[in-house]
Write a protein that binds this ligand. Structure first.
Ligand code: FAD
Length: 499
């Protein structure tokens, strides 16, 4: 439909709504567009979503945020990756870092050289994390912003923050630049009688808010994209069986760790996210294997400190909306789908959705080529992330509970099976530029879960044994040198950006 877009209505003021509002007003300004955000304090937000991944730095940079102020305002901490405990088997631990393992050699990636060394030296355990600075810094509880320099390992990071404070911070940003916030509940959604396009929403108190374009950030309910447009949902629970989470914050105890911890439990896994003022915790589970009451009890029995609220149960179905953009509605956040929180990808999907949408912004109306392209790209992102998350469950040695026996044996997508087979045979992870999770992530997760490649690229054999040993030794020293001078995570925050 060719109608010029002038009035943009964002429905929902959770993380997705305010991220969209801040980015749209920054990109488009307020002189040519009216941007309104509607949220209801009575309905509230999902209240979780505290861990992020490094691309969030691009979002913050785009907005022009001052990082120290952002950390202060959201009680944030730095995140170097995720520590996985008890996933391969009870008592086992590994780290999924954000940066690279080692450095490229003659155009071939480090893991090939590492696995040559592993096989030739007859190592009994994969310790490739020794060659990654984020892993070392995380294990030592250190953090620093280091300059990128050739020959020195980088220290990549993301953040862990209080989701409510983050939304409030972005709200301040967006309102200052011209986004108009409307408080209240939407009770009716009006559509054009012929096209089905949404024309306006009506508030409980009677006010009607018209729009040319609607961004649905209304959370799991998908008020516009699903309840009104009946877009449909692809259910992935046969591959990602988690359907519940219980969440509870607790008092901080001990050292402020610069990473998220994911501990496998009898019917799922538990997150531990350290913030400056408290620790976020949750048990993500499948209710076919444990009851909600038992999951609450498990979580409450495994907190570091005193619980600061009653546990909150969240119910969801893993999957994605069939179309992220339907007619004049673009869904972002939980309204567009949910893959479970294991690799902290939801906030990233909001960000990448907003950037994609801005790149394809429909200033003259809704060209089907543009809409299809957006939907194609969103579908691809969800698919890639989906396979990566499934791998955490499928590749395991655990068989000690019905849940772990189930996920070990479940059928998986062909695309993932192919990737596992190729990795086992050749150490090739098959990642493509369009994918969020790259070689380091696949190598960390697959080897961490117990899948060791049986072979590596023959180019690695071109280096002689002494040179390879020297190279490994040098890179290990570079990692240790990088981390040695860094302050503890807690000191870094206190000195630079404490709340
Ligand atoms: P919500 O927060 O639910 O916001 C919905 C908004 O819509 C609210 O403002 C509400 O008031 C409004 N609304 C709804 N209906 C109406 C109506 N009728 N009228 C007016 N307003 C309305 N993501 C990560 O990246 N990292 C994580 O670590 C992470 N952990 C998670 C853990 C769990 C258990 C879950 C469930 C999610 C997690 N997520 C995580 C996802 C993350 O929480 C969400 O992607 C993010 O918070 C965005 O949520 P949202 O804004 O889409 O929805």
């Amino acid at each position: 439909m060719q109608t010029a877009v002038r009035k943009i209505v964002i429905v929902g003021g959770g993380t997705a709504g305010w991220m969209a509002a801040a980015a749209l007003i920054k990109a488009l300004g307020s002189h040519a567009y009216d941007i309104t955000l509607i949220e209801s304090e009575d309905i509230g937000t999902v209240g979780v979503g505290e861990a992020t991944i490094p691309p969030i730095l691009e979002y913050n940079y785009f907005l022009g945020l001052d990082e120290d102020e952002f950390i202060r305002e959201t009680n944030a901490t730095f995140k170097l990756g995720i520590q996985f405990q008890d996933w391969r088997h009870l008592g086992h631990s590994y780290f999924h870092p954000f940066g690279l393992f080692g450095t490229e050699i003659d155009g071939f990636s480090f893991p090939h050289y590492y696995f040559r060394h592993y096989h030739k030296a007859g190592l009994s355990a994969v310790d490739i994390g020794k060659y990654n600075a984020e892993t070392e810094a995380a294990l030592q509880g250190r953090f620093g912003r280091v300059r990128r320099e050739p020959g020195k390992p980088p220290v990549n990071y993301a953040f862990q923050f209080d989701a409510a404070l983050y939304a409030r911070y972005l709200r301040k940003y967006a309102e200052k630049r011209g986004v108009v916030r409307q408080e209240g509940k939407i009770v009716t959604v009006n559509q054009h009688p012929e096209t089905g396009f949404i024309t306006s929403v009506q508030m409980e108190k009677g006010r009607v808010i018209e729009g040319d374009l609607f961004i649905d950030c209304s959370g799991f309910r998908g008020l516009l994209i699903e309840q009104t447009l009946k877009t449909g949902y692809t259910d992935w629970s046969h591959w990602l069986p988690m359907n519940r989470a219980v969440a509870v914050p607790c008092e901080r105890a001990g050292e402020l760790l610069p990473y998220t911890r994911a501990t496998a439990r009898e019917a799922g896994w538990q997150w531990r996210i350290p913030l400056q003022h408290r620790t976020g915790n949750g048990y993500v589970f499948c209710d076919e294997f444990i009851s909600e009451d038992a999951a609450c009890e498990t979580l409450l029995g495994r907190l570091d400190g005193k619980a600061l609220a009653d546990p909150k149960i969240l119910r969801f179905v893993t999957g994605r909306r069939n179309l992220a953009w339907n007619k004049n509605v673009v869904a972002l956040g939980l309204a567009s789908g949910f893959l479970e929180p294991l690799e902290s990808t939801s906030i990233h999907l909001v960000q990448s959705g907003v950037f994609r949408f801005l790149a394809l912004f429909p200033r003259h109306g809704f060209n089907p080529h543009i809409v299809n392209e957006y939907n194609r790209e969103v579908e691809l992102s969800y698919n890639n992330i989906k396979d990566f998350i499934i791998a955490h469950y499928k590749v395991t040695e655990r068989d000690d509970t019905p849940f772990w026996r189930h996920v070990r044996q479940m059928a998986i997508p062909e695309s993932l099976q192919n990737r596992l087979d190729v990795f086992r045979a050749s150490c090739q992870t098959l990642w493509r530029d369009s994918e969020l999770f790259r070689e380091v992530s696949w190598v960390a997760i697959l080897t961490g879960q117990g899948l060791v490649p049986e072979d590596y690229h023959p180019a690695a054999d071109a280096m002689d044994d002494d040179d390879l040993r020297l190279h490994l030794g040098r890179w290990r020293s570079a990692v240790l040198d990088r981390v040695k001078g860094l302050p503890t995570h807690e000191d870094f925050i206190r000195r630079n950006c404490a709340s």
